[in-house]
Design a protein around this ligand. Sequence first.
Ligand code: FES
Length: 93
Amino acid sequence: MLRQTAIEERDHRRKSTRRMIVAEQTKITALDNGPYLVKGPMVVDAEGNWFPAEWQTIALWCCGGSTTKPFCDGTHSKVGFRAAERAVREEEG
Ligand code: FES
């Protein structure tokens, strides 16, 4: 499901207004040594359970210590979780 937003753009040369529908997509932000922040319409866990997120930002666990999987409960801070090195983009050419 994509969220849609209407945008109006004024064309001054033609003296008209163009109305466009723009689809918003899910955004995932990987934090250093912490959870993945997800902003989108919903989350589906490994068992196929759907959790409506309704475009609020939610935190998904990544450290293996959360007691509320698939969500982060802050355990990563308590145990001093350190993520592996960042993936390195392969050189082109
Ligand atoms: S990432 Fe927060 S509890 Fe694991």
